[in-house]
Write a protein that binds this ligand. Structure first.
Ligand SMILES: [Zn+2]
Length: 164
């Protein structure tokens, strides 16, 4: 998988986050790709349309555990609009999946929520590294993190404080 493919897959994850937002769910999206960069599965957040545990990263981990052999899982990468929460990081590691590439970090999301005066979430905002230290992680991508920030502003109904 080359750099261009990786960037396109991360962009696709952000596009899925936009689809989630347009469907009334929280703007998060994720793509599971094999070692060659071929998309195996896509998912988007469905916390409002299904239930509160329907995070895309969790869905991909469960799907991979059920449908892929151990070697395919180990060499697969998850591209995601936002860094995995502890639930999803744990599922990713238990499923034996490979690297994670995220557009925006949990730290950024927590800062945005603080900026908007939202209550702290029911789950501690641990990093992937704190939950699943053996998983190789890269992110954030500053340009795509801005796009994610704007989607979260729209979801929360607040004005963006970042210029275009
Ligand atoms: Zn999650």
């Amino acid at each position: 998988m080359n750099t261009t493919q990786r960037h396109q897959l991360l962009q696709r994850a952000v596009a899925l986050a936009e689809q989630a937002f347009e469907a009334g769910d929280e703007p998060f999206g994720s793509v599971l790709a094999d070692a060659q960069g071929v998309v195996l599965r896509e998912a988007r957040n469905r916390i409002n349309s299904v239930d509160a545990t329907q995070h895309p990263e969790f869905e991909l981990a469960r799907w991979a555990a059920q449908h892929l052999d151990a070697e395919t899982r180990r060499t697969a990468t998850v591209f995601t609009s936002g860094e995995h929460c502890p639930m999803c990081a744990a599922a990713h590691a238990w499923a034996g999946l490979g690297p994670i590439v995220y557009a925006s970090s949990s730290k950024q999301l927590a800062a945005w929520h603080k900026e908007w005066g939202l209550e702290s979430p029911p789950v501690a905002p641990l990093t992937i590294d704190q939950v699943a230290p053996k998983v190789s992680v890269s992110g954030p991508d500053e340009a795509l993190a801005r796009a994610v920030y704007k989607l979260h502003c729209r979801y929360r109904g607040v004005a963006s404080s970042m210029s275009d």
